[in-house]
Design a protein around this ligand. Structure first.
Ligand SMILES: Nc1ncnc2c1ncn2[C@@H]1O[C@H](COP(=O)(O)OP(=O)(O)OP(=O)(O)O)[C@@H](O)[C@H]1O
Length: 494
């Protein structure tokens, strides 16, 4: 059911037209965000909804009734407003300021303060987390705390519609999240409808059911965050370059802003010049002069990360740790690696036997580093037959460094190509799953990292049909085969 219907609303200040033919509806219990650049008409629209400005053209209806038919007091009982700036009522305490929100509920010549009024004020102060400051003068509060007091005053009104102009203005991130979590909870539990202006598009995406985007007073987009958070829309409305990303835990899009200014790119294609390779007694380390974007299954730095250090650490074959990730982070710190920028893998194979393969082309170069052991060789197609996988020495760790720009699809295809090449190397070396006596496709704990400089030519794909895929396939195959031979030799010499 629609609480609010805005139809063909236009507005001008003197001769200046600031809203043009704005039409939208808001459903009961919806959290509805308004976005747009400075001066696009957001506040004017909110002022028309709050009856602060008189409607000039078009119509606004609330629960089917024209907005203008509501008396001021009736409207104040229905809708509460949090304006962009509120003049501080100096001399009042927090509680006294919030009590003003109950004005709309007072009636008669000598209004009485009821238990219900008292409870509404208390609940509102609690909701914004200011109980300890209830008796404090509001002139002694910070800007963000004061904003929360005014929000509490609006909540104390117990409205059905809440109109907020940048509700989290002046607030630190903790308070913003607290307040918006509370607002959304209220909206969903009490079917409170919230219409709020936001400047932070990611916050708006996270908390709003739908968004309206204004540009020069016109509606340029209206829909769910999934529909609206499109780079083309942001480029046309905000003239900003953005990239759409997936939120890690919620099915809402996130926008990453792309900086116009870039660090100067080194004008060479020689991947090896940008890297240093170091062999320490218990690890092999690749360090890069500039961070690389990495997709990996590493113990430290999994998923997509930017990294400058790539560590393949050798642990004893008896290594047994309940929380290997934390232990690995301690190790990296002890060794002086910047943990936030490090991809950390483990192996029980001798890292002295690591194999590097390099391939240079005109448009890109690929550098692959592999350590291999097959104590845990498994045939993926037959793994379901095993009760429990035994943990022996031997895993295959693959790092592929690419001088070029990869799309997300290319990262995933690079993983597939490298995995296929590794499997073929195992087949050609006749590595068998000891449990099933069938050819092994990998080991039970294999690890991989695809790292690209994200400079230079762009590669949309990295499958085996592409030049970059061919280079990945060849270097991973050759390096894995050689690493397997070295592993075999070391085992035989023991
Ligand atoms: N009282 C006024 N008299 C004349 N022009 C005004 C008045 N209030 C706003 N405007 C103009 O109307 C246009 C829209 O202003 P409005 O405040 O609605 O934009 P906004 O999108 O909320 O901007 P911001 O993001 O900066 O808060 C602007 O060009 C502004 O200068």
């Amino acid at each position: 059911m629609n609480v609010l219907e805005v139809n063909h609303v236009s507005y001008h200040y003197h001769r200046k037209q600031v809203l043009h033919d704005v039409t939208f509806t808001v459903a009961k219990g919806e959290v509805f965000g308004i976005l747009g650049p400075n001066g696009s008409g957001k506040t004017t629209l909110l002022k028309l909804l709050s009856k602060e400005l008189l409607l000039q053209n078009g119509s606004i209806t609330v629960n089917g009734r024209p907005l203008r038919s509501f008396s001021q007091k009736e409207w104040a009982r229905f809708a509460a407003v949090l304006p962009q700036t509120v003049d501080a009522a100096f001399g009042y305490t927090v509680k006294e300021t919030v009590e003003l929100g109950r004005y709309a509920h007072q009636s008669g010549l000598f209004p009485t303060w009821t238990e219900e009024d008292e409870q509404a004020v208390k609940t509102a102060i609690e909701e914004v987390g200011l109980m300890e400051k209830a008796e404090e003068g509001i002139d002694r509060l910070s800007g963000g705390e004061r904003q929360r007091v005014y929000l509490a005053r609006a909540l104390a009104q117990q409205p059905q519609l809440l109109l907020l102009d940048e509700p989290t203005n002046h607030m630190d991130i903790t308070q913003q999240m607290k307040l918006l979590d509370q607002l959304v909870r209220s909206a969903k539990e009490k079917a409170l409808t919230v219409i709020a202006i936001f400047h932070d598009i990611n916050i708006a995406s996270l908390y709003c059911d739908r968004l309206l985007m204004l540009k020069n007073g016109e509606v340029v987009a209206l829909g769910t965050p999934e529909e609206l958070m499109e780079p083309e829309i942001f480029r046309s409305v905000f003239h900003a370059s953005v990239s759409r990303q997936a939120h890690p835990t919620v099915s809402k899009p996130l926008m990453a802003f792309l900086r116009e200014w870039q660090f100067p790119i080194l004008q060479h294609n020689e991947l090896r010049e940008r890297f240093a390779w170091t062999m320490l007694e218990d690890c092999v380390v690749v360090t890069a002069t500039e961070p690389l974007k990495v997709l990996s299954s590493a113990l430290v730095g999994s998923g997509f990360q930017w990294a400058t250090h790539f560590v393949n650490r050798q642990v004893s074959k008896d290594y047994d740790c309940e929380d290997a990730e934390t232990e690995m982070k301690h190790y990296l710190r002890r060794r002086g690696f910047p943990v936030q920028k490090t991809i950390g893998m483990m192996t029980a194979v001798s890292v002295e036997d690591a194999v590097c393969m390099y391939e240079k082309h005109d448009a890109f170069s690929v550098w692959t580093v592999v350590t291999a052991g097959v104590g845990n060789a498994v045939d993926a197609a037959q793994a379901w037959k095993r009760e429990e996988l035994s943990q022996k020495v031997g895993t295959i760790n693959i790092m592929v460094f690419i001088d070029g720009t990869l799309t997300d699809a290319a990262y995933v295809q690079a993983l597939m190509t490298a995995t296929e090449a590794k499997t073929k190397a195992l087949y050609d070396e006749k590595i068998v799953d000891p449990e099933t006596s069938t050819y092994a496709t990998g080991t039970s704990t294999d690890c991989i990292a695809i790292a690209a400089t994200q400079t230079g030519a762009t590669f949309p794909y990295a499958g085996t049909i592409t030049p970059i895929g061919k280079a990945i396939g060849r270097t991973v195959y050759e390096a894995t085969k050689e690493a397997l031979r070295r592993y075999k030799q070391r085992r035989e010499s023991l």
